[in-house]
Design a protein around this ligand. Structure first.
Ligand code: PLP
Length: 369
């Protein structure tokens, strides 16, 4: 039988996501579909939950993949927790902090923000002062701001919130699988991620984790969760317990992919995976320096998996990216918002973070520039 997709070329993903996917993950996704309540599939679901918990260093029972991309993860965290008038603080230093603000505002939250210059991290001292002025139900921050390449001080902010009533909500879409996250130790109550970054699975699922404190807050709501599809009080009954209750038909083959992708990280060893990200990041930074390309973000808060680099003087932003894609089959990302036209975003996420990819990109950039 003719396969309509035979012509699709393999792209080396070196942008802000998706990342390169290992063949074993793609093969897993091509396996025969099981029923969403088949005992064999429930075993796979349980395996995914266990590996997510292991990799996030959390005991949270409610640690599951939500059906949908990272934004569905973001939406599900806010929609289950925010009721009209709830005070929410969002720390913003890029696109995804702004998206959090938008989501929380649409839900009727009483949203305050603290904004920091794009390309610089959240300043913990400023957060401390803000928290001294007002009590918040939720404090939200992006761990790895994909729009700039900045790593925010998630552990330090968590320290400020320990012992308080606030729910600490962290976006780990780009960080999960690329740098260590110790969710419980850092005092994170709610976390969401996405599959297409450092987990190196195609886009389509959003791992989330809720602490008991956060689950209690969901259960104590005065009003029903306003979104049926993402209502965790119902979804829990599909992911937990002896007998599972249908909520929506799970994206079975996507979950096969995540099952295999998580297994690959556990098998390689999470610490080795983080080390591989860092080593390849350093290789890239050194190589870029040699061809006169400098980094946007200070070394102290630079992400290994998302490298924002200044576009060299005289280089045609879109033209270079187009040539890399057309001639070298390499995708890199453009700048967003105030950084559009000023930076390129070079991803070394998950399976992409390998010396051969770094060398391939450096060679291609040398030729194109
Ligand atoms: N949060 C961060 C930090 C992201 O980088 C992204 C996507 O790039 C998202 C949220 C949204 O994820 P998605 O595009 O998978 O919906």
């Amino acid at each position: 039988m003719k396969n309509l997709l035979d012509g699709i070329e393999k792209i080396t993903f070196m942008g802000p996501g998706p990342s390169c996917v290992d063949d074993s993950v793609l093969k897993a996704m091509a396996k025969d579909t099981l029923g969403h309540l088949d005992p064999a599939f429930i075993k796979i679901m349980d395996g995914i939950k266990e590996n997510l918990k292991t990799l996030l260093h959390t005991e949270n029972r409610l640690t599951i993949p939500v059906s949908g991309t990272g934004s569905a993860g973001m939406e599900s965290c806010f929609v289950n927790l925010v009721e009209k008038g709830d005070p929410v603080l969002v720390l913003i230093n890029g696109v995804f902090g702004m998206r959090m603000q938008d989501v929380a505002t649409r839900l009727g939250g009483d949203v305050d923000t603290l904004e920091f210059q794009w390309g610089t991290p959240v300043v913990v001292e400023d957060v401390k002062k803000k928290l001294a002025d007002k009590k918040y139900k939720i404090v939200a921050v992006v761990h790895a701001e994909t729009s700039t390449g900045v790593r925010n001080p998630v552990a330090e902010i968590g320290e400020l919130l320990k012992g308080s009533q606030s729910i600490y909500l962290v976006d780990a879409v780009t960080s999960f699988g690329g740098i260590e996250i110790t969710m419980d130790k850092w005092g994170i109550d709610v976390l969401y991620s996405g599959t297409q970054k450092c987990l190196s699975c195609p886009p389509g699922l959003a791992p989330i984790s809720f602490s008991d404190k956060a689950v209690a807050a969901v259960k104590q709501r005065k009003t029903k969760v306003p979104n049926w599809y993402l209502d965790l009080t119902m979804i829990m009954n599909y992911w937990e317990g002896e007998t599972r209750a249908y909520h929506h038909t799970a994206p079975i083959n996507m979950l096969y992919g995540l099952y295999q992708a998580l297994y690959l990280i556990v098998e390689e060893g999470p610490d080795n995976v983080y080390k591989r990200h860092m080593e390849n990041h350093k290789l890239l930074v050194d190589g870029l320096k040699e061809i006169g390309i400098s980094m946007l973000v200070d070394e102290s808060c630079r992400l290994p998996m998302l490298n924002s680099v200044h576009i060299p003087e005289g280089a045609d932003d879109a033209g270079v990216r187009k040539r890399l894609l057309n001639e070298y089959k390499i995708e890199i990302g453009a700048g967003l918002g105030p950084l559009a036209g000023k930076i390129w975003r070079i991803g070394l996420m998950g399976h992409t973070a390998r010396p051969e990819n770094v060398q391939k990109l450096l060679g291609a950039l040398k030729a194109v520039l």
